[in-house]
Design a protein around this ligand. Structure first.
Ligand code: NAD
Length: 374
């Protein structure tokens, strides 16, 4: 029987609540579908700092490195606001991204019809929205050197961040974008600022060359990143796959997040390069939201972003396409039935907590899986 090794890092605050709902889905898939998942669990973020004085221990890093996929909840909270910078909760996530070399961050922005009214845009602009933002995650201005604040000695300081990209970094992220587009509507829009940034000029050249070389069947468009931000809120449905750098991707994916209604709905995947021998990619799946300390312990967190992250894991790490589709369909069905957590509540809906919506999704998944297997 196939074994699929998952390493679970629930993290802090609402992270464990959301992960609890995924754990039930994993158990169901093992019991009823012989999915062969084995799970191990570790600490990350504030809870890891409390236990080990680090945002993730070396032992847990090793487990993350050897797993087929890592499922990550959320980290942080006011309790750890004053811990040293190097061991702050978010350092655990950055270490995972760096050591697993997760250079491609996939953030789908899907607007379920039932939630179109929860978007800050008009429902007709977002209903049925399904775009995928692919953000370069390990390069660019967040990591470039020098990165300093220097005292100029005259009462002034100078801060420097460096935006830097090499050809191979742009080639591999654009290859991911073109490959993903082939499984969708076959369209990629690349965004940069070639009008004012040298890194934008190179980005544009390399994306164009990669397209010409291997992916000319995919429709490619280029857009300046600021214009792209405007188009995302003017007519978001014009896009299929957007590929962009670390900084612009950070901002544009948050803009896209608002189109879908709530942070509690947004999954993400971070992928590494395929292994030369097995073709498997290192991968980490996590909701986009943080640890939501304002609702910690209340049992009202929306677990859908975490559950949808697991659906991405089924699709991208294990090629369990039917199972991923069914899980996403179960989420859509439950929303259609008007079952909602507080963050996505609407007038005639039924307000429930984390456990209830998790159970509703699981029971819909069971029904969908039964009809699939007969
Ligand atoms: P946040 O995403 O935690 O919360 C923003 C708002 O959205 C809050 O009102 C929260 O209640 C709500 N929200 C978020 N997720 C929700 C869910 N699943 N269900 C219902 N409501 C939800 O962002 P923040 O408040 O800026 O940050 C809180 C903490 O999380 C900070 O310590 C921050 O550093 C950390 N953080 C962690 C990650 C991560 O783990 N990847 C990401 C962002 C922020």
């Amino acid at each position: 029987m196939t074994t699929r090794n998952l390493f679970l890092l629930p993290g802090d605050s609402i992270g464990p609540d959301a992960m609890g709902e995924v754990r039930k889905i994993i158990a169901f898939m093992n019991e009823e579908m012989s999915a062969g998942f084995t799970t191990d669990e570790g600490l990350v973020g504030g809870c890891a700092y409390d236990a080990h004085g680090a945002a993730i221990s070396e032992a847990d890093m090793q487990k993350a490195l050897s797993a087929d996929a890592v499922l990550f909840g959320a980290v942080g909270g006011p309790k750890w606001d004053d811990v040293p910078y190097e061991v702050r909760p978010e350092a655990g996530l950055l270490r995972l991204r760096k050591d697993l070399e997760l250079f491609a961050n996939l953030r789908p922005a899907i607007c379920y019809p039932a939630l179109a009214a929860a978007s800050s845009l008009k429902p007709e602009l977002v209903e049925g929205l399904d775009i995928l933002i692919i953000r370069e995650l390990t390069g660019g201005v967040y990591f470039g050197e020098p990165k300093t604040i220097t005292d100029l000695g005259n009462g002034q300081k100078r801060a420097i961040d460096t935006q830097v990209y090499d050809t191979y970094e742009i080639e591999r992220i654009s290859a991911v974008a073109f490959e993903m587009a082939r499984t969708r509507q076959n369209r990629v829009c690349s965004m940069e600022k070639r009008n004012v940034m040298k890194s934008g000029v190179l980005w544009n050249q390399v994306v164009t060359a990669t397209h010409k070389d291997k992916y000319s069947d995919v429709k490619l468009e280029h857009m300046l990143a600021d214009a792209g931000g405007m188009q995302l809120v003017r007519a978001p449905k014009q896009f299929d796959v957007i590929v962009t750098d670390n900084l612009f991707g950070d901002m544009l994916s948050d803009v896209a997040a608002m189109l879908t209604g709530s942070l509690g709905m947004l999954p993400s995947a971070s992928l590494g390069a395929p292994d030369g021998k097995t073709g498997k990619r290192k991968a980490l799946y996590e909701p986009v939201h943080g640890s939501a300390p304002d609702i910690a312990g209340k049992g009202i967190a929306n677990p859908i972003a975490m559950i949808a992250s697991f659906a991405m894991c089924l699709r991208y790490s294990f090629a369990m396409l039917k199972e991923a589709d069914n899980l996403e369909k179960a989420i859509a069905n439950v929303l259609d039935q008007g079952t909602r957590t507080a963050d996505i509540m609407s007038v005639r809906a039924k307000k429930v907590g984390t456990l209830e919506i998790g159970c509703a999704i699981l029971s819909d998944l069971k029904a969908l899986s039964a009809s699939y297997s007969t």
